[in-house]
Design a protein around this ligand. Structure first.
Ligand code: SAM
Length: 207
């Protein structure tokens, strides 16, 4: 493995195993095989839990990281990921056409990378899921998107993750009386303050 690959991964995984626990809990809750991860940077932890992941990022360092495919496979093997995991990296802006088949993925991941759902929901199968955290406003954007319904929330306690479907109607309630619109979310490019703060949300594509 190249030393730059190792270094980038160590920085990415500085909260040791956190993302592995998150993606493992999500897969246990909603299943699936194929994942699209736009704005992934070098978060290869998705491949610890899923057998087929397509990573997308514009960053040159991410491109070099995934270019060291033997190093990436070594990282995945060290975390008991599937030895024959399918890993694809697309060096692109996710707002552009990614050359992927529409409605072909089981999970779309949106973590700290802008309004992924707005540009990439087309690639999700019907009934498939979006994992999105509240940062950058993408959870708010998904909550306004008629293609989605809230399916679960992800909470964290003592370093482990729980996926819950309890009282879903009590989530996504803004603290301030605001009339949310896609334009407002695009302008702000940050999260909305809600009365409850789960780590992340799982939305299901319904149309
Ligand atoms: C803060 S990092 C988050 C990385 C990873 N999702 C995580 O949670 O650790 C945001 C990443 O999104 C990428 N990104 C932001 N906008 C993008 C776009 N329009 N197309 C592709 N990548 C993008 C950046 O290059 C960066 O690597």
């Amino acid at each position: 493995m190249k030393s730059s690959t190792r270094q980038l991964w160590e920085q990415q995984d500085r909260h040791k195993g956190e993302r592995k626990r998150l993606f493992t809990a999500v897969r246990a809750a909603v299943g699936g095989q194929t994942v699209l991860y736009p704005g992934s940077f070098v978060d290869v932890a998705a491949s610890f839990a899923y057998p087929s992941v397509t990573y997308v990022d514009v960053d040159q360092r991410a491109s070099r990281f995934f270019g060291d495919i033997d190093g990436v496979r070594e990282i995945i093997a060290s975390e008991n990921g599937a030895a024959n995991a399918r890993i694809e990296f697309i060096h692109a802006d996710y707002r552009e056409d990614l050359g992927l088949v529409n409605r072909s993925f089981d999970l779309l991941i949106s973590l700290y990378a802008g309004l992924v759902s707005e540009h990439c929901t087309q690639y999700l199968k019907d009934g498939a899921h979006l994992l999105v955290n509240p940062s950058h406003g993408d959870a708010a954007m998904a909550s306004l998107d008629p293609r989605y319904e809230l399916a679960a929330v992800v909470n964290s306690r003592s370093g482990s993750y729980q996926v819950s479907t309890d009282s879903l109607d009590t989530y996504l309630q803004p603290k301030k009386e605001t009339s949310l619109t896609p334009d407002l979310i695009r302008d702000r490019q940050r999260g909305i303050a809600y009365t409850k703060s789960p780590v992340a949300y799982l939305f299901r594509r319904i149309t």
